[in-house]
Design a binder for this molecule. Structure first.
Ligand code: NAP
Length: 307
């Protein structure tokens, strides 16, 4: 990997921020995490306070950075009541907009500004894969959030020399956070059967490949615009749960029909859409750019994660 002087991870205290910090820590002299938490220094990682909405002393820290990577956003794993909806939307739009404003005012802007986005942008697809050129946007609250988030990114008036990359990211599977520990827990408790109809597709990416893809985008000067960040082999929910049961050595698992998911989601204060929407996304542009997946297939990914 290339060496970096300074990388900025906005909203980098969460799951994906930790994945990127671990990936870049040997290659970067300094990693600055913008957080609403307290200021602190852990090795070469400096946690710098911001509010995700307004410029402040943190802006100066962006001077001369190799890359600004924006991960900020309130978790979508909650009930979509009015308050949470507003927070889900505004945390993403405001953080993106204020980063654009900050970058515009710098003497030495970063060469790359990479923003996270979500593969939820695409419609419920059971017929064909959605890629950057031929995919169709979906409808509903989550999609509206994705659209507003992307619009804030492209509308930001960053200097022309700053290369912009948007990563529409699928479910990232890692051991330290996100969906994998939840799914593995269900399987271990004997609840790892098919969820809902089971025919809904699941697009996913191994956390190592997520981090490698971010590094690829930062390093390759020709990478610009919107990319899907998903492994090239999505699978049905039935196949996903079967594979998890196999690698976690639980031959049987109770299925969860739709009504049970709806009740369970209500009790766990989350939304059944996170499981029931058919997400079928192809990483066409990344493959064309020459990115090679370390974990292209779900079997290989789970064999690694379950070790
Ligand atoms: N994990 C996945 O599988 C996945 C897939 C596709 C897209 N994404 C997107 O990628 C981004 C990062 O995901 P993640 O899994 O790392 O999420 P995460 O663990 O929830 O971390 C997100 C970070 O955003 C910051 N944040 C939360 N609310 C905020 C607010 N109101 N204003 C400003 N910052 C706020 C938090 O940092 P502080 O509390 O330190 O400020 C938090 O650590 C999210 O936008 C998510 O939607 C994730």
């Amino acid at each position: 990997m290339k060496n970096y002087q300074k990388l900025i991870l906005a909203g980098g205290s969460g799951f994906l921020g930790q994945v990127l910090t671990a990936h870049f820590k040997d290659a970067a002299r300094e990693i600055i995490v913008l957080t609403r938490g307290p200021e602190r220094q852990l090795g070469q990682v400096r946690y710098l306070p911001w509010d995700g909405r307004t410029p402040g002393p943190w802006v100066a820290a962006l001077e001369g950075a190799d890359a600004v990577i924006n991960l900020a956003g309130r978790s979508v794993d909650c009930r979509y009541n009015a308050r949470n909806r507003a927070e889900i939307l505004l945390s993403r739009v405001n953080a993106t907009a204020v980063l654009g404003e900050a970058i515009r005012g710098l003497d030495v802007p970063p060469r790359v500004w990479l923003n996270l986005a979500s593969a939820t942008y695409y419609r419920h697809a059971e017929d064909r894969a959605q890629d950057e050129a031929t995919g169709q946007a979906g409808t509903g609250f989550s999609v509206e959030v994705c659209q507003a988030w992307e619009k804030a990114f492209w509308q930001a008036d960053a200097p022309p020399g700053v290369r912009r990359v948007l990563l529409r990211t699928a479910l990232v599977l890692g051991t330290e956070g996100g969906a994998y520990p939840v799914l593995a827990g269900l399987v271990r408790w004997g609840l790892g059967g098919t969820q809902g109809p089971g025919s809904q597709m699941v697009s996913w990416v191994h956390a190592d490949d997520f981090a490698r893809m971010v590094a690829f985008c930062v390093e390759h000067g020709e990478v610009a615009g919107t990319y899907n960040c998903a492994a090239p082999a999505p699978l049905s929910n039935t196949a996903m749960m079967r594979t998890l049961r196999y690698y976690l050595r639980r031959p049987v698992g109770l299925p969860s029909p739709r009504w049970m998911l709806e009740l369970g989601a209500f009790l766990l204060r989350t939304e059944p859409e996170l499981v029931l929407k058919s997400r079928w996304v192809a990483p066409t542009r990344m493959l064309q750019a020459g990115f090679e997946f370390k974990y292209p297939n779900f079997n290989g990914a789970v064999a690694d994660l379950s070790r």
